[in-house]
Design a protein around this ligand. Structure first.
Ligand code: FMN
Length: 195
């Protein structure tokens, strides 16, 4: 039967939504039945074989809505493969240091729901446009040295989603292995060269 997976997200400015949608499209290509839905609209996770929860990072914290979501569905989430992802700017240059920082913010938030052990934690660079933010936030962003721009990287998002997708797929049917031919004896010294 086709696995049924929920990709749910919280967002303030839309970039986490777009990443959730990209994850959804990638899983669909693996013949997984996917529903992408905003976190505050999700009523139940029981109909799903797997759940992916994504939220942005603001001021060193994975958005609280995500922790609230995990907490309120923790009993059902314990019984199905759960993956989480965060979106931030600290990894804008896709270098390891920013990625480590953002993964730490997510791991810190996950400590609040110790009953849950995600099968995978993704961290993706998002989008930041200073003009979308009030002047006092711009001030903070400048002080933090966060650069402006769209740093989403489709190949890293798709790569993560693909790897994850295989965990939701049913196990591959028995594969028939071809008999292995015995190794050929080495050519006699001075004989014709072999390819
Ligand atoms: C006030 C403010 C604080 C932020 N703090 C962080 C942060 O601590 N770490 C980080 O990686 N990104 C930080 N960001 C960047 C956002 O995570 C990034 O813009 C993300 O793509 C926003 O996701 P959204 O569009 O789904 O809301 C911050 C952005 C703003 C406006």
């Amino acid at each position: 039967m086709q696995p049924h997976v929920l990709v749910t997200y919280a967002t303030r400015y839309g970039s986490t939504k777009s990443i959730a949608e990209e994850i959804g499209r990638t899983l669909e290509k693996l013949a997984i039945d996917v529903r992408v839905e905003r976190m505050d609209r999700v009523q139940d996770v029981q109909p799903y074989d797997g759940v992916i929860v994504g939220a942005p990072i603001y001021r060193g914290r994975w958005l609280r809505d995500a922790v609230r979501f995990l907490r309120s569905f923790r009993h059902d989430l314990q019984h199905r493969p759960l993956a989480v992802f965060g979106v931030g700017i600290e990894m804008w240059d896709h270098k390891i240091e920013g990625l480590r920082l953002d993964r730490e913010h997510i791991a810190e938030a996950l400590k609040k729901v110790p009953e849950l052990a995600p099968v995978s934690i993704g961290a993706f660079a998002g989008v930041l446009h200073y003009q979308d933010h009030p002047f006092w936030e711009r001030f903070i962003l400048k002080r933090l040295g966060f650069p402006e721009g769209d740093f989403r990287n489709p190949s890293s998002i798709r790569g993560w989603a693909n790897a994850l997708g295989f965990q939701y797929l049913p196990p591959a049917r028995e594969t028939k292995l071809l008999p292995v031919a015995p190794p050929e004896p080495p050519p006699a010294a001075g004989g014709p060269p072999t390819l």
